[in-house]
Design a protein around this ligand. Structure first.
Ligand SMILES: [Zn+2]
Length: 173
């Protein structure tokens, strides 16, 4: 299926990708900023309920003992820009896995008739573009890329920061 979204992840593992990491994403960026090819689009369990329509790029690391490095995240931003161009997408089609989780959580809150405590990511993506499937729930609670060398924050806050960085590269790649 056609790729509709580019999703940013971290592996929550080591700086070098293990066999399982390589089977979990389309592209991985190791601690030195080097690229590693994973499995083709649609063949990984990267973003629950959205695997057939997403391209997934992951930074290796993200644990307290493997914080994402400056050189690594720059390579990630650039890789995302190149991929967005290649896929013919716009920058607003990039989300972090943490943002997808928040959108699903907020969608569920709204659906249950409760008011949102955090209107950060209102679940517009899910409501507008996806038909609901229960696998989407697997994304709730993900914190991918919320702690980076230059920013630590909420899903939308860090997502906006990352989109800003990718945009800079989009004008230069
Ligand atoms: Zn993830």
């Amino acid at each position: 299926m056609a790729v509709k979204y580019l999703i940013g992840h971290w592996t929550a593992g080591a700086y070098s990708p293990c066999i399982d990491d390589l089977k979990s994403y389309q592209l991985l960026i190791d601690g030195n900023g080097k690229h590693h090819n994973g499995k083709p689009q649609g063949q990984t369990a990267s973003t629950g309920g959205m695997n057939s329509i997403t391209y997934n790029i992951s930074c290796c690391g993200g644990l307290s003992q493997t914080p994402i490095k400056a050189k690594q995240i720059e390579a990630f931003y650039k890789a995302c820009a190149i991929k967005i161009k290649e896929l013919g997408l716009n920058i607003d089609k990039f989300y972090t896995h943490a943002e997808i989780g928040e959108m699903v959580r907020n969608y569920q809150t709204k659906k249950a008739g409760k008011s949102l405590t955090n209107a950060d990511c209102e679940g517009k993506l899910i409501i507008d573009l996806l038909s609901w499937n229960d696998y989407l729930k697997q994304n709730v609670g993900k914190i991918d890329l919320r702690t980076l060398p230059d920013i630590t924050g909420g899903a939308k806050q860090t997502g906006d920061f990352i989109r800003g960085k990718i945009k800079w590269y989009l004008e230069r790649v």
